[in-house]
Ligand binder design. Structure first.
Ligand code: PLP
Length: 308
């Protein structure tokens, strides 16, 4: 631990690389892998909360669809991958974990650039749970700007295929830091609300919960929120959301696997709800976490003896 910054230098956790389990700190890939040099890679992130995976099968479905879309064939089938993820978490002993599965294009034989000759490379790891927004900031609420940088067009990079084309998102974050905000919301090239760096966006208007229907990853957290709304009779809409609607919303919240529901209390210069998270945002946040004890939504991690 660096005493000045409080940052831990080593990465705790367990990874699966080249068919073997290794400490997270030793997880490395070749600089010749197109996953590194071309962002030719897809991934998914599922979380473990209190020793249970949340909506694991939905993450496996999305990851399989992403790999198929990029014409990747991993070395493991679905059952094999599930087993690897279980083992990464089990061996790590982590009760609350951020669990990534990644498939890179791999590298072509030396001298070739033929993508069809690459052996796709499956990587997985479990590290301590990551909070995009820390729990105390979720309760006080965060500030967001509308980035001047549009999200890369869906015709170029399909946002429903979870990807590492993060330069627009990273640029938007620096823009947010420069403007004194916590994060940024990006618009699609057509000017409608898309998503943010690692999260989906919801607005609340007249008691209706609304999220964009295009230009964004189909987040598992977003889907969970929509399921909660359907069960509770909270009106919800999946449709285009304009910039003006975002600026004018009664409430705004963002959501992601790495943190759950994150209420926004300032958008650009406008303070929402007198600076406190909106009531519907907070209700949905609470209901989201309650589901983590539900056997129908979760899968227990088989921890080895001594780590259970
Ligand atoms: N949008 C982007 C760009 C993301 O990277 C993520 C998650 O990392 C999300 C949305 C939220 O998706 P999920 O709820 O499945 O974590």
């Amino acid at each position: 631990m660096d005493q000045a910054t409080g940052v831990t230098s080593g990465y705790r956790g367990v990874a699966y690389v080249d068919g073997a389990f290794v400490p997270a700190e030793e997880a490395k890939i070749s600089v010749f892998d197109y996953g590194f040099s071309r962002s030719d890679v897809t991934y998914d992130v599922v979380h473990v909360w209190d020793g249970r995976f949340f909506r694991l099968e939905q993450h496996l479905d999305r990851f399989a669809a992403s790999m198929a879309s990029l014409r990747m064939t991993p070395q493991l089938d679905r059952d094999g991958l599930r087993q690897v993820l279980m083992e990464c978490v089990g061996r790590s002993g982590l009760r609350d974990a951020f669990v990534a599965m990644i498939c890179t294009r791999g590298r072509p034989p030396q001298g070739s650039r033929d993508l069809r000759l690459c052996r796709n490379n499956l990587i997985a790891y479990a590290v301590p749970f990551v909070w995009v927004v820390a729990p105390d900031r979720q309760v006080s609420g965060i500030s967001a700007i509308i980035s001047s940088i549009p999200r890369i067009g869906a015709e170029s990079v399909d946002p429903t295929v979870k990807n590492y084309h993060w330069l627009d998102l990273d640029r938007s974050l620096f823009e947010a830091y420069d403007r004194g905000a916590d994060t940024a919301i990006l618009l699609a090239p057509d000017g409608s609300v898309a998503e943010g760096p690692g999260f989906n966006v919801f607005i609340v208007r007249d008691g209706r919960v609304i999220t964009p229907d295009a230009g964004a990853l189909e987040g598992i957290t977003r889907r969970t929120i929509l399921d909660i709304c359907a069960e509770r009779g909270i009106p919800a809409e999946v449709r285009r959301v304009s910039r003006d609607e975002l600026l004018d919303a009664d409430e705004i919240f963002t959501c992601t696997t790495a943190g759950g529901v994150m209420p926004v209390v300032r958008i650009e210069d406008r303070i929402l709800g007198n600076g406190a998270p909106g009531p519907l945002s907070m209700t949905l946040r609470e209901l989201y976490w309650v589901r983590h004890a539900d056997a129908a939504e979760t899968t227990p991690v088989p921890y080895p003896p001594g780590l259970d």
